[in-house]
Design a protein around this ligand. Structure first.
Ligand code: PEP
Ligand code: MG
Length: 999
């Protein structure tokens, strides 16, 4: 389907849907009315249930009695929660994936600057991310759901813009609104801001629409002064109060006053040595009090003013600093790097502090609604009693499991939250279920228990491993939480690789010595070898080896095959090493410029490490890391959930996925991964078997036609046998075989030893052979005598190949096996080339058909579009082609005028400096090379509407590119076997995303 047609079809689909609905309006109206009543009933039932849950939770909390007024407000909150929930369900998307509604402002709130949340009421909601930032919107949403969130309020992103416009000053109106909201928080917490007896402490945090981790500032424990700290000491104890105060001074000094932290750290170290203790936690109340006095002196000395001693002054200072941090260098650079420059300022969240470290009835923890590493649907998490959030992650104390399901090795004996604080655990159980149901995704929840009361500080979609992502998505479909399409969209297609290859075990320390391009995923462990011959002989002796080369050429194929993985110093994502290793499903790290390889010495140097032949190394083709020694690896197992998810993808996808395979084994493997044909069989890879390469060399170096034909006659039966094997393996599925393509020099002997063997076989003196080699030398082999140009100079080569393909197809078909051969001519730049070669190909096919009377084999004939000129001339070329296959590797190389083998020496600079976002050899350059594909597809289909269109460059296995090709309306992509599952998933995601847009 042409791209134009695809979009026409899309709008036709849309149209017919509206027409359908218009035609059956009365019936539809009746149905809608019925649905509405049913929905209302269901909502009522649900509200009843929810009330019961809330009542139960409130009872368990032993919560405060609510006054009449508060009860009414709560009801209003619950009503709104219902509205929010319905809205989320109606949108059919989880809040995390939902596009923020620009503006997202409810009626009457467009002028509001400060948005309160607390005790079941909130001025905002999940759909107001633009205005409240992600954090603010989420806090409001949780509050509306009846989750116990410490009360607070959010200053909107609009206030941030106003603040920047007013030369970074807060207006009196904003301050007034803040004080009003603060009064509501005080009332709920029964504390007062700045009160020396019962001081309210708050946190002040940034929160933009898009999360920018660690880029902006936060101040905790704000409201502590020399007076209020005494009140806090009375409410808790002295040690806690002064520790909190010194933390606050340090944070405030850093964020608001810009005082370097090292002075404070030095004083803390001195205090510890004075008290003869190692850990901060071992310092007592008086130690902290003394330290506070010293900290205050540092502040005065550094800022020239005493530390602010009123809570309000502190608050204005902190809000100002957080708004200012939107424009700090880190944040600006982050936005530029992540291309989120259109986000309009940060919101500021001011929230009552709650403490998990106020005593033995306090705790803090993190929990996931399902196991984040396996996806198992069990509540999972850890906590620490009498601790702060940072202690859980700091590793000083071993966190305890929240329940039995969360027990990890080493924590079997520890008590659980379930056993130590059963009431809070039960309440947490109710909350996590309702949060997961509401957000319809696995949640990562932060909680704190203060004085036996549970508070939820944050909930967000939890990070998970690829295996867990698949398991959770499939389980949630079964639990009717999400649709199959949503499930497919939830799994990151680029992470699917992790499910198919062994990975380096990251739980141990690894000595990473260098980093190159993650060219082919998976871990490989072996002894270093520096030549393909060594790789072969050592592997034959049963050793595991990693082949290390400056770069590889087709000559190294057998060595690559024998090795566990390949490491090269040069080369990009479509270099020979990368493409071939990917095809073999072997790990490859390419273009690792830090390696200085000395073949003669049999060693490589990386910084001050010397690695010799025979030493163990590990390469991680998923991360690009080169690791010293033999690292432990973990081999994944494919789960039933994965198989099920992949089954769904094929029903959704419109663009098909074929494979690039050159052997029957690869073909079978790719079929098992779900490939529905071969999109590229590179015949040249078959030429490198030891007994064949000599014949191939004789064929290329032949001095006359007779000796060339003699060599070709010997190659014919071997090629035929190869094709027979592949056709049988792909029974009934299309197989595209490409005629010889690479520059001829790639086949020629480089070593003296190789040259001698060829001269001997050809019966000519070595000098004559060297002269012929010299005559074949080209300045730019990639732009030289290769592809169809060889077929034009030496038509007998293509004739032999076409004969081998057609004879193999006839033989297989005669055995009752269905075959669909497609013959592909590479590197066409001019229509005249294909016109000529098509006639040649057709005449050979006709001859073979004649020799096989009654055969139904009729190969189709097409071409690669991989030279920019061919894309421009696609309409003329289409007259001679049954199909096009876009060779995006060469198209990128020639369109960008960047060598696919060497570009990695400068491409990283382009990416670092923001000229390019991605390596164009890995992910299609949609604006440039992608447009050549679009143009070629459109022009080709204009002339031949039934023209089959595919992609067989490496981009065919890159999920982002697959989505692009799907949108162009191409018929298939083709990629190496191990990339087939990721491409299938990406293909289904493109269709699912399209459907969503249509709805
Ligand atoms: C291409 O150029 O995209 C292609 C598939 O061919 P090769 O990588 O073999 O040049
Ligand atoms: Mg090519």
């Amino acid at each position: 389907m042409s791209p134009a047609k695809a979009s026409a079809k899309k709008s036709a689909r849309r149209k017919s849907a509206t027409q359908r609905s218009a035609a059956s309006k009365p019936a539809a109206k009746k149905k809608a009315a019925e649905k509405k009543t049913a929905k209302k009933k269901a909502a009522k039932k649900k509200a009843g249930k929810k009330k019961a849950v809330k009542k139960k939770a409130a009872k368990k909390r032993g919560g405060r009695k609510s006054s009449e007024g508060q009860g009414a407000r709560k009801k209003a909150g619950a009503r709104r929660a219902g509205v929010v929930r319905r809205r989320v369900q109606a949108s059919g998307q989880s809040p995390a994936t939902r596009e923020p509604r620009s503006g997202g402002v409810r009626p009457g709130v467009s002028t509001r600057r400060v948005f309160f949340f607390g005790d079941g009421e909130a001025d905002g909601g999940a759909e107001m991310r633009d205005l409240l930032g992600g954090k603010g919107a989420n806090l409001a949403e949780m509050t509306l759901l009846g989750v116990p969130v410490p009360p607070g309020f959010t200053l909107s992103t609009a206030v941030c813009s106003e603040f920047q416009d007013r030369r970074q000053k807060l207006s009196a109106a904003v301050k007034a609104d803040v004080l009003t909201a603060l009064a509501r928080v005080e009332k709920l917490m029964e504390l007062r801001f700045g009160d020396p007896e019962r001081p309210l402490l708050v946190s002040v945090r940034s929160g933009a629409r898009i999360s920018m981790p660690g880029m902006m500032d936060t101040v905790l424990n704000l409201g502590l002064t020399d007076d209020t700290v005494k009140g806090l000491a009375k409410l808790a104890d002295e040690r806690f109060a002064y520790d909190s105060y010194r933390r606050f001074i340090q944070m405030y000094a850093d964020v608001v006053l810009g005082i370097p932290l090292d002075r404070f750290e030095l004083l803390l170290e001195r205090a510890k040595s004075r008290a003869r203790v190692k850990q901060d936690t071992d310092l007592g109340g008086s130690d902290w009090r003394d330290l506070v006095a010293e900290y205050l002196e540092v502040v005065e000395e550094q800022s020239g003013r005493p530390f602010p001693q009123t809570a309000r002054e502190q608050l204005w200072g902190a809000i100002t600093a957080v708004f200012k941090s939107w424009e700090n260098d880190r944040a600006v650079a982050y936005r530029r790097l992540h291309r989120i420059e259109d986000v309009s300022g940060t919101a500021v969240n001011i929230q009552s502090m709650v403490f998990g470290n106020m005593g033995e009835d306090c705790a803090t923890g993190v929990a996931f609604t399902r196991n984040p590493s396996t996806g198992e649907p069990k509540f999972y998490g850890e906590y620490l009693k009498n601790a702060q959030g940072e202690d859980v992650v700091a590793g000083v104390r071993t966190p305890q499991p929240i329940n039995r399901a969360s027990r990890a090795p080493g924590t079997e004996e520890l008590p659980t939250l379930e056993s130590e604080m059963p009431r809070s655990y039960a309440e947490l159980g109710l909350i996590y279920r309702s949060l997961e149901k509401h957000y319809r995704d696995m949640q990562d929840i932060e909680f704190t228990i203060q004085g036996g009361k549970l508070w939820i500080l944050q909930t967000r979609n939890g990070k998970r491993t690829s295996a867990a992502a698949v398991q959770i998505a499939v389980d949630m479909v079964k639990e009717r939480l999400i649709s199959r399409e949503e499930a497919v969209l939830r799994v990151d297609a680029s992470s699917v690789d992790q499910l198919l290859h062994p990975a380096v075990d990251r739980s141990l320390d690894l000595q990473v010595i260098a980093r190159g391009l993650p060219a082919s995923p998976g871990a490989a462990v072996g002894r270093v070898v520096f030549s393909a011959e060594d790789a072969e002989s050592r592997a034959k002796a049963g050793e595991k080896v990693v082949l290390v080369r400056t770069d590889t050429s087709p000559e190294d194929i057998l060595g690559m095959h024998a090795a566990q993985g390949v490491l090269t110093a040069k080369g990009g994502m479509t270099s020979h090493a990368a493409v071939v290793a990917r095809g073999m499903g072997k790990s490859c790290v390419a273009g690792c410029g830090a390696l200085a390889i000395d073949y003669a010495m049999g060693e490589m140097r990386v910084d001050n490490h010397v690695v010799r032949a025979g030493d163990w190394i590990t390469i991680d083709g998923s991360s690009g890391e080169v690791i010293l020694g033999s690292a432990p690896t973990v081999t994944p197992e494919l789960s039933p959930a994965f198989t099920e998810l992949m089954r769904w993808t094929d029903r959704m996808a419109r663009i098909k996925v074929r494979t690039n395979a050159d052997t029957p084994q690869d073909a079978e493997l790719a079929r098992s991964f779900g490939a529905c044909g071969i999109g590229l069989c590179r015949t040249e890879h078959m030429f490198f078997e030891p007994e064949r390469i000599l014949i191939v060399r004789q064929m290329i170096l032949a001095g006359d036609l007779d000796s060339r034909e003699a060599a070709l006659a010997r190659l014919l039966p071997v090629q035929r046998k190869d094709f027979e094997g592949i056709f049988r393996a792909m029974e009934g599925l299309p197989v595209t075989v490409r005629l010889l393509d690479p520059p001829l020099h790639e086949f020629l002997p480089q070593s003296d030893h190789g040259m001698e063997a060829v001269a001997r076989a050809m019966g000519i003196p070595i000098q004559e052979l060297k002269a012929r080699l010299e005559a074949l030398r080209e300045f730019n082999p990639m732009l030289g005598h290769r592809g169809c140009r060889v077929g034009i100079s030496y038509p007998e080569i293509y004739r032999m190949q076409v004969r081998a393909i057609t004879e193999a197809a006839c033989a297989v078909a005669a055995d009752g096996v269905k075959v669909k051969p497609e013959i592909m001519v590479p590197l066409i730049a001019h229509p005249g080339e294909l016109r000529l070669l098509r006639t040649e190909v057709e005449s050979v096919i006709a001859a073979v058909r004649k020799e096989n009377p009654g055969t139904r084999v009729r190969p189709s004939i097409g071409t690669m579009i991989e030279v920019p000129r061919a894309a421009l001339q696609a309409d003329v070329i289409a007259e001679y082609a049954d199909f096009f296959s876009f060779g995006t590797n060469d198209l990128t190389q020639m369109g960008y005028a960047m060598s696919r083998d060497d570009a990695n020496s400068f491409l990283p600079d382009y990416i670092e400096q923001g000229i390019l976002r991605d390596d164009p050899f890995a992910s299609i350059d949609e604006d440039g090379i992608g447009q050549l594909v679009r143009l070629g597809a459109e022009r080709g289909r204009k002339v031949r509407p039934d023209l089959q269109l595919g992609v067989c460059g490496e981009h065919g296995g890159d999920p982002q590119s697959v989505r692009f090709f799907a949108d162009l309306g191409l018929d298939y992509v083709s990629c190496s076997p191990y990339r087939v599952p990721a491409a299938r998933l990406a293909a289904a995601q493109a269709a699912a995303a399209d459907r969503r847009e249509d709805q």
